[in-house]
Design a protein around this ligand. Sequence first.
Ligand code: PEP
Length: 258
Amino acid sequence: MSRRAVIAGNWKMHNLQKEAAELTNGIMSELKEENKEALPEVIIAPTFTSLYAANKALKDCGCGKVRLAAQNCYFEEKGAFTGECSVQMLKDAGCEYIIIGHSERREYFGETDEMVNKKAKAILNEGLVPIICCGESLAQREAGVTDYHIASQITKALIGLTKEEVSKSIIAYEPIWAIGTGKTCDSAEANRVIGMIRKVVKGLYDETTGEAIRILYGGSVKPNTIKEQMAQSDIDGALVGGASLTADSFAQIVKGAM
Ligand code: PEP
């Protein structure tokens, strides 16, 4: 089965509205000569307050080459949840994808596997696509529990989801020690862990579902690493942090995945 590649840019807490619009326009300008069908699924994830500006830039361009994601959501539909944004609100803002379970949210904001699961369900119920992050710390890697930890995160994230829902979801394997550090995980090792995640999905569901789900690598992906990463059998794309903050480097990564 051939899976369409995905390149997603996680802008984290960067970019005011004007900067978000400029970066969105810059990315589209870098991609203007590329045939839409040949491109991977290109996703940008601005912070909440810049979603409007980025979405407006995407709509004004109308080329349909870049899609919008949020970096987080809350799983309840509405109510007294000060400071939170529901999936419906993010859909209304133009998002088609939502990143959940990022290690920074797990570490600094107490996001648990149970919350990731509730968020995944809420996202899929609204017809959006969850980008479910998982990854081990350096201490877990050194203790030899990487596979156990990742399998547990994924199993808990998918509880109660149907085959169809899982097939259209995206997982991002992001070793925490590789995020923002410049230390990329060796491509063969990233491919091994991602293959292991695919086996876990096959075990929980079936062969078809495991072959359908897209699994990305994230952790210091750069224009000069993407080709080798994309050449691996199980890596379907990348979740990119730092290198998604300039149009030139993000576009180079997108083109490297073609
Ligand atoms: C991320 O935050 O998802 C990430 C992969 O960041 P970076 O590319 O900067 O390591």
